[in-house]
Design a protein around this ligand. Sequence first.
Ligand code: FMN
Length: 395
Amino acid sequence: MTRIEGAWSIEVLRQRARAALPRLVFDFVDGGAEDEIALARNRRAFGDFRIWPRPLEAAASPDTRTVLFDSELAIPLVVAPTGLTGLLWPGGEVALARAAAARGCVYTLSTAASCPVEEVVAAAPGRVWFQLYLTRDRGFAAELLDRVRQAGCRVLILTTDTPVLGQRERDLANGFTIPPALGLRPLCDLLAHPRWLLRHRLRPDRVTFAHFTGRHGRRGGLELAAHIGAMFEPRLGWREVAWVRERWEGPFLLKGVLHPEEAEQAVAVGADGLVVSNHGGRQLDRVPAAIEALPHVVRRLDGRVPVLLDGGIRRGLDLFIALALGAAAGMAGRALLYGLACAGARGAERALAILGEELRRAMILCGAPDIRAIDARWLAPEGRLTSAPSVPVHP
Ligand SMILES: Cc1cc2nc3c(=O)[nH]c(=O)nc-3n(C[C@H](O)[C@H](O)[C@H](O)COP(=O)(O)O)c2cc1C
């Protein structure tokens, strides 16, 4: 059994996930689109901010709780939707939802999940939001929305940045494609991970897209992916967004917004919140980092709806910076997936515990008593600290 409790950072979990997973699965999670510039920028951009602490204002025990769309959160973090999570750990989505619930967070289940919404909600009642990829077949989309509502999800997130799939070149190199093109090396690599294979009862190819299986019989994941790719709406525009909005009574968010003008329009068509995101650098390369785009969107919306920051969060400090720039909460994908790959729900819980402990420590060291208190005053103004401020000269 992996001693996951000893892992002290998300990077440690990442290294352990790299060892635990066959390379093609690790790369599917870890990789980004084309030259992976947006992927790297998502991380690097956090390093450009400088925190300006006032520790003497500290509370001994800062309050990390917040409320988002009536969901109480122990830390301001929502687990991001990820497709085919069962490849990392059997029943991966159920494990992530359980971990989120155990740590007082919420989990967002993807349309492209490998466990059905009913099963996931049953494992973590009241703690599951749903992410929609709109299909061309509106009958199917309407049925799916009914199913999601009946299962008990209240919050819906429509992803807008995936009209076509970004070109993920690690997947191409590994033959993780449709149809699969596994060469000898990836096959040997699969065999070199017997624990992972045994966990999947030697049939990882049975991991599938649970919300689509009824339509397409019991096909394996990659086989089904070919059909599903063709099912998604390639021309998602404001009309389509309005179509979804009309069919969902609960809180409705758009995920994938980077531009302030798009944010403005999203609110005009009835979005109750936005997720500023570049899909973790997996779609269009060379876009701004999510954390770079965040203050522009926040400024434009001026508090009209909550804004979440998604992309690159690997530290509690990243979350602190996002909050300081006006995010209501963060969303994290890979940080949780690395933990899941190491030890299932326990590993995902460990990832949340690490982020929570780091945020708490950051709040103590900064002097922020609670989440509402975290604002731009905790960030050093750009470029100013390199030279001493000019002192007024008295005659
Ligand atoms: C393996 C994987 C699968 C993903 N699948 C989906 C998905 O089905 N729907 C979606 O909206 N976003 C999906 N995403 C994007 C995440 O929701 C999120 O935007 C991204 O992971 C954030 O970046 P981070 O991993 O640096 O936290 C996926 C990301 C990864 C890594």
